[in-house]
Design a binder for this molecule. Structure first.
Ligand code: CP
Length: 314
């Protein structure tokens, strides 16, 4: 099946076949990244603009790295150094980038739906690098890629997402991809951050940590998104940690071969203890590394590339 999408806005709209195509393409690119010469000419002559109007370390650097590994020219613009500080709108900023003849735009913005909006007013592909608390599609893709790499087929596998589900775009994208891949997903945390209506997304909602973690094969920790919360959603950070932080004692409830994930940035000692974040079950840095290959796959496919390219040349 050929790849037909120009934009990556949400994982909600991707089929099982499309998730497989991205992951297969990323597998090919990952092999290239392990060579001494890590570059392919797939996007030579193309210019990619990373427009990050919210802070980022790993997503922005991984998109930068991915574009360079594909031989594209890449320009990054952040909120502080752009003319948005002088009052320029997102629309005018994006249209300026397109007028400068960028071939693709990667956007992170605090407003849910902003990448969708740009996809409607621009003639170039738009990639969502995180839009408010809506979605973070490439994070969901790299997380499920890492899970498949570590534990294989996700059909029927028990995945727990623990923490601030309500405000998390990472949770939403992971839920969409995991459900499409057939995983059995539980979301757990305080009732203020894990509302019952998440069940409509096909997941189990729990506020009982011990029951949720029992025999889970994957646990993904999420930090508290203070920047998106207007009111206190729990009495104190200490209380949150005492009720829902992952420590050695609670990690013993997991399946013996369980992996521990976190999209980052981590608040050590809050949602997860350092000894677990750095321990043998942690795949947190593998997630970061896989983010390059997965973003290479997304940039390549949305630029009009086809999955066969990697099979032939990878
Ligand atoms: N996971 C993630 O989006 O991290 P950054 O905010 O550092 O990009």
């Amino acid at each position: 099946m050929p790849w037909n999408r120009r934009h990556l806005l949400t994982l909600e709209e991707l089929s099982r076949e499309e998730l497989d195509q991205i992951h297969t393409t990323a597998t090919g690119f990952k092999k290239i990244l392990n060579r001494s010469v890590k570059k392919v000419p797939a996007l030579r002559g193309k210019t990619i603009v990373n427009l990050f109007l919210e802070p980022s370390t790993r997503t922005r650097m991984a998109f930068d790295m991915a574009a360079k590994r594909l031989s594209a020219d890449v320009i990054s613009l952040d909120a502080k150094s752009s003319s948005t500080t002088k009052g320029e709108s997102l629309r005018d900023t994006a249209q300026t980038i397109a007028a400068l003849q960028a071939d693709m735009i990667v956007v992170r913005h605090s407003a849910p739906g902003s990448p969708l909006y740009l996809s409607k007013i621009l003639d170039i592909p738009v990639i969502n690098a995180g839009d408010g608390s809506h979605e973070h599609p490439t994070q969901g893709l790299l997380d499920t890629f890492t899970m498949r790499e570590r534990i294989g087929d996700l059909k029927g596998r028990r995945v727990v997402i623990l923490g601030d589900i309500l405000f998390s775009r990472v949770a939403r994208s992971n839920i969409q991809a995991l459900r499409t891949l057939g995983a059995d997903v539980t979301v757990v945390g305080p009732s203020t951050l894990v509302p019952p209506y998440f069940e409509a997304l096909g997941v189990t909602v729990s506020h009982n940590l011990r029951k949720a973690l029992a025999d889970a094969e994957v646990v993904m920790l999420l930090r508290i998104q203070h920047e998106r919360q207007n009111a206190g959603m729990f009495p104190s950070i200490g209380e949150y940690t005492s009720m829902f932080g992952l420590n050695q004692q609670r990690a013993a409830w997991l399946h013996p071969d369980a992996i521990i994930m976190h999209p980052g940035p981590i608040n050590r000692g809050v949602e997860i203890d350092s000894e677990l974040a750095d321990g043998h079950r942690s795949v947190i840095l593998d997630q970061v590394t896989n983010g390059i290959a997965v973003r290479m796959a997304v940039l390549y496919l949305c630029s009009g590339g086809q999955p066969e390219y990697v099979t032939v040349t990878g």
